[in-house]
Design a protein. Sequence first.
Length: 74
Amino acid sequence: MTASELRDQLVTVLTREHLGDRRRWRIAVGEVRVYSTDTHPHCNWSVTPSGRAEDIDRIENLVDLFRERYPIVR
């Protein structure tokens, strides 16, 4: 999976489960940063969500689930 595919999946789930439009969630999720597996062998990506506290909490909870499924991205 690529970083952009991961971001698209996060946005799709957030839009479906918490309503709102894709643009709003795409901005709230932000960019998926990918790190080298040499320095991050267990999970090589992260996001820095923004927005309202409840939106950040929703994003962070979903990110935790996605890290279990997709620990390494390209």
